[in-house]
Ligand binder design. Structure first.
Ligand code: PLP
Length: 372
């Protein structure tokens, strides 16, 4: 029998989350035109798997990712709608593939325009020219943008590019509306006289009332990622408060139970010591499965439907839990690390100084995935 650990992917939750976000957005932007949705599925669909994500996001207006092979896989699996590479392409040889598979691209640097200008392609490629409005990651500087856009429009006239749009990315849509407003003002100032569709909102911005409604332009695309998987982009607002459902459940079983005598320590480094006699369970999940080694004693975990806590340091293949709240739990008892019937991935992430995104993406290849 294989180890009992399993990542269950609920594609109906993905579809539900997409619909929930679409409905909110529709209400939020009523009167100004509802944006289209790129479902962001980079990093193999935030760790859920391309196939599962594609099934869940069948109703999306478009799919956005980073890896060309992920985009090609979506086409091969039958996706006929728009595709967008958020980092764009990396070398001239990519252009044929983009053109052949009808994959759209972000254009964020002059080198990409150089490659497009000297390349030969069979069919025009749709593109969004990216503006750096203050995140200083990807994008043309405000002073460079007009020239870049003019070059992109010339490529369009030459049949190399198809539709040419405008995009930017927010650095603090999850926690600082003033910074976000400044970034949006910068975007508007630099791009308002230029034609084409616009795309600025990630999950946090998409879920912020009034934000998408304040983005000018007659055709807007939003780019939610994390919320579609049922995790929250906000540190202080749980996903369920938006009506979102976790799409990934990481579960396993107890493989041993024992009583640690008062004063006894659990696991490597002996960082947790029992203050009284205490029942402890050993769980078949460790950092080699993607569970964070930095999770502290007290991190929530559910055993046999009862919420309890992690104790001691996470090992490569195992971790230990406090069984005092679950006296009936023995070997074989079901354990939920996060997801349906357990703590949220965001709660676990908060217990180890990271975000749900990282934990979802980090589930190891050795963990079997099953689609619901
Ligand atoms: C990852 C990403 C998104 C989605 O971000 P979430 O916070 O997961 O919604 C949107 N746009 C770009 C450019 C990204 O890299």
């Amino acid at each position: 029998m294989p180890r009992p650990i399993l990542a269950t992917i609920d594609t109906t939750a993905l579809a539900h989350n997409l619909q929930t976000v679409a409905r909110r957005l529709g209400q939020d932007t009523s009167g100004v035109g509802t944006p289209s949705i790129w479902a962001v599925m980079k990093a193999r669909g935030y760790g859920h798997g391309i196939e599962a994500a594609l099934r869940g996001f069948e109703q999306a207006d478009g799919l956005a990712m980073l890896d060309l092979d992920e985009a090609v896989r979506c086409r091969e699996l039958g996706w006929a709608g728009p595709l967008l590479l958020l980092e764009g392409f990396f070398e001239p040889a990519d252009l044929d593939v983009l053109s052949h598979y009808r994959v759209g691209t972000a254009i964020h640097c002059a080198e990409q325009l150089d490659m497009l200008e000297s390349g030969q392609i069979s069919a025009p490629i749709d593109a969004f020219v990216k503006l750096n409005t203050g995140m200083h990651r990807l994008g043309f500087q405000p002073g460079e943008y007009q020239d870049a856009f003019v070059r992109a429009r010339a490529l369009r006239d030459g049949g190399v590019l198809g539709a040419v749009g405008k995009m930017t990315h927010f650095a603090r849509a999850d926690d600082d509306p003033v910074v976000t407003r400044d970034q949006l003002d910068c975007f508007n100032r630099v791009t308002e006289s230029l034609p084409g569709p616009v795309s600025v909102c990630n999950s946090a911005a998409t879920l912020t009332p009034g934000l998408a409604a304040g983005v000018p332009g007659d055709s807007q695309w939003v780019r939610p990622g994390i919320c579609l998987y049922g995790a929250s982009p906000f540190a202080d607002r749980p996903a369920e408060s938006f009506g979102l459902r976790p799409a990934m459940t990481l579960s396993t079983r107890l493989i041993s139970t024992h009583t640690v005598p008062a004063g006894g320590a659990v696991g490597y480094g002996q960082i947790f010591r029992a203050s009284t006699d205490m029942r402890v369970g050993v769980v078949a999940c460790g950092y080699a499965d993607g569970y964070p080694r930095h999770a502290v004693t007290g991190t929530p975990i559910t055993v046999a439907g009862v919420r309890t806590r992690l104790v001691g340091r996470v090992s490569m293949d195992m971790l230990a839990v406090d069984l005092d709240p679950v006296p009936g739990a023995g070997v074989g008892a079901p354990v939920v690390l996060w997801g349906q019937g357990g703590p949220s991935v965001d709660e676990v992430a908060a217990s180890c100084g990271t975000i749900g995104y990282e934990l979802l993406c980090a589930v190891a290849p050795r963990v079997p995935r099953r689609e619901l």
